[in-house]
Design a protein around this ligand. Structure first.
Ligand code: PMP
Length: 407
């Protein structure tokens, strides 16, 4: 039944018309784009193309209103107010923005808590900040089954803790972290929380107010939207208190030779010409996700992940990262990373590619996690709403063959 739904969805994606045999399982890196999103972006360029915010003429007003409509759509999509939504180039830029802006408020000896399973995008900006300002980073460790050891959190939190920055879903393990618990603990200590929702936004409806998150970052291109667009959500209270990151046009209300007055939120954080058409495309992707049943799609992808794990767990020499034989899996997205003993992950990926199966092989931009798990590289299957159970069975078959042919 569910796979029928996926097949119908597939028809909405031009890329699967171009490559009908493609088994696209690299959705953690980026999702494919439904025609609706491409059309929305093209329609902006075709009928509304002008720069935003500075125009008095009709076309410019039209561009501005479409851009601001897009902001409103994304705001509604995550239960936020438009002025709390800053368009960025993606998750990476959103986190860098915060590291710079929030970083300005910190001083030597202050502490930030991360986890051992973060993507480099949620490690390196904090390390850069740490070396700029003498800040200490602490890490929530993981258990061998890929779950955060949250019992440690009270020991890590102290008077110097200024922020917890944590991923909602690991891009390598698929683990859905108990961020609700982390936020409650952090807030009881008066500490704000940044959620890296890059992997979560395509698979679960996020309501930032219900979550009570202070900051949330995600990318358009991982939620069936365009490249070059993402979002930083921040509560109005925080955004008003923080200094701007980049300087330039649009982020000021007044400029003199001696200085400037920042614009109001969110414009204060959007220097220069923003990714206008991409914002329009991202808003369309949000509408599309809501229209297909956002939570149902995420649940379905988790089931595909579980099915793959069930199908391949007996292959000799195959290790599923973050899954311990005999232990039930915690809440997980449809992301499965594997290693095959004696076979380099790149060779496995190339073998799979010959069978039109696309996987990412490497450290998945999470070196510390790879080190913690004791692997150099792994091959990652990450499912999208259009993947089918048949595809999972094909992948399992090919992995069986890979074990025999590659060793
Ligand atoms: N965080 C996580 C958990 C991710 O999976 C990714 C993308 N792989 C990023 C951050 C970075 O996203 P982007 O490259 O779109 O900025």
């Amino acid at each position: 039944e569910n796979s029928k739904f996926a097949k119908a969805l597939k028809a909405e994606f031009p890329i699967f018309h171009a490559y009908p045999d493609l088994i696209y399982t690299d959705n953690g890196a980026t999702t494919q784009k439904p025609a609706r999103v491409l059309v929305a972006e093209q329609d902006f360029y075709t009928r509304s193309c002008a720069n935003v915010h500075r125009a008095i003429y009709t076309l410019g007003e039209e561009a501005t209103s479409r851009y601001e409509e897009a902001r409103k759509t994304i705001a509604e999509f995550i239960g936020a107010k438009p002025e709390e939504c800053i368009f960025t180039r993606g998750t990476t830029e959103a986190i860098n923005l915060l590291a710079h802006s929030f970083g300005e408020t910190l001083s030597a000896g202050d502490e930030i808590i991360l986890t051992e399973m973060e993507h480099h995008a949620n490690i390196v900006p904090w390390q850069q900040l740490a070396s700029r300002r003498g800040i200490k980073l602490r890490y929530i460790p993981i258990y061998d089954d890929g779950i955060l050891n949250l019992d440690i959190l009270p020991q890590l939190l102290n008077r110097r803790t200024k922020l917890i920055a944590v991923t909602m879903i690991s891009n390598v393990l698929g683990t859905r972290n108990h961020v609700e618990h982390i936020i409650a603990q952090a807030h009881s200590a008066g500490v704000p929380v940044l959620l890296d929702a890059a992997q979560a936004i395509p698979v679960e409806p996020i309501n930032v107010k219900e979550l009570d998150a202070d900051f949330v970052a995600f990318s358009g291109h991982k939620m069936y939207g365009p490249f070059g667009i993402g979002l930083l959500y921040g509560t109005r209270k925080w955004l008003e208190a923080l200094p701007p990151f980049m300087g330039g046009g649009d982020m000021i209300s007044e400029v003199g030779l001696e200085g400037f007055t920042p614009n109001e939120v969110p414009y204060k954080f959007e220097a220069g010409t923003p990714p206008i058409a991409q914002a329009v495309g991202m808003a369309e992707a949000a509408r599309w996700l809501s229209s297909i049943g956002h939570q149902a799609a995420g649940n379905y992808e988790s089931e595909l992940g579980q099915l793959l794990i069930d199908e391949i767990s007996l292959i000799p020499g195959l290790r599923i990262l973050g899954a311990q034989p005999g232990f039930p899996l915690g809440p997980r997205a449809g992301i499965v990373s594997v290693t095959l003993e004696g076979v380099h992950a790149h060779d496995l990926a190339a073998y799979l590619n010959r069978h039109k199966i696309t996987v990412r092989a490497g450290h998945h931009c999470a070196h510390p996690l790879a080190q913690r798990l004791g692997v150099v590289s792994s091959a990652r299957f990450s499912f999208g709403a259009y993947n089918t159970r048949e595809e999972v069975f094909t992948i399992a078959e090919i992995l069986q063959k890979a074990h025999k042919e590659l060793l």
